[in-house]
Design a protein around this ligand. Structure first.
Ligand code: ADP
Length: 176
């Protein structure tokens, strides 16, 4: 199992799956969501619209999968992070669910490599230290509890800013 922290743009990663910090409409937005739709082209939005028509979008903490269109990745898993509300709306539980449901869906598609952005730490204002801790601890939990049936062998945490990069490196030290 390889786990790496990389500073950069997730749309450039050559992995089986990149994860999108989407919103519940699945119709695109700003931040990493906008970057993925811009770089991946219209096929991604077309599949998001289909899913939206079938199941009315995606709830906070849930995850759905589409093609990655023109991106180097094969799939995009769209998960909806919580908006930070002072910590009184079970935001931590919702963020844990994002990682958990994304890993379960990726495993169902026999994914080997996956890249995550730091979900909720942009427009949704989730505190970055707690978000990094959740990302790393939920990863450890997934790996430990799916030893036999896990297909995922390479995990990348893509940090757009230096603060997130340092936080992820620090958190990962506790597990390596
Ligand atoms: P949210 O609404 O879940 O907060 P954002 O897209 O605003 O989603 O931010 C989530 C994280 O993704 C932030 O840390 C932001 O800096 C980062 N980010 C924005 N663009 C990219 C990108 N192209 N690649 C990787 N991370 C990105």
């Amino acid at each position: 199992m390889s786990i790496q922290v990389v500073q950069g743009d997730i749309t450039k990663r050559t992995v089986d799956v990149i994860v999108n910090a989407a919103n519940s409409s699945l119709l695109g937005g700003g931040g990493v969501d906008g970057a993925i739709h811009r770089a991946g082209g219209k096929e991604i939005l077309e599949e998001c619209v289909k899913i939206r028509n079938q199941q009315g979008g995606c709830q906070v903490g849930e995850a759905v999968i589409t093609t990655a269109g023109q991106l180097p990745a094969s799939y995009v898993i769209h998960t909806v992070g919580p908006v930070w509300n002072g910590g009184v709306k079970e935001e931590d539980v919702h963020l844990k669910n994002c990682y958990r449901n994304t890993y379960l869906l990726a495993n169902k598609y026999k994914v080997v490599s996956i890249a995550f952005p730091s979900i909720s730490t942009g427009i949704y204002k989730f505190p970055k230290p707690l978000a990094a801790e959740i990302a790393v601890s939920e990863t450890a939990r997934y790996v430990e509890t799916h030893l036999l049936e896990n297909t995922i062998k390479k995990i990348e945490f893509i940090c757009f800013d230096e603060e997130n990069y340092s936080l992820y490196v620090e958190r990962l030290k506790c597990y390596l």
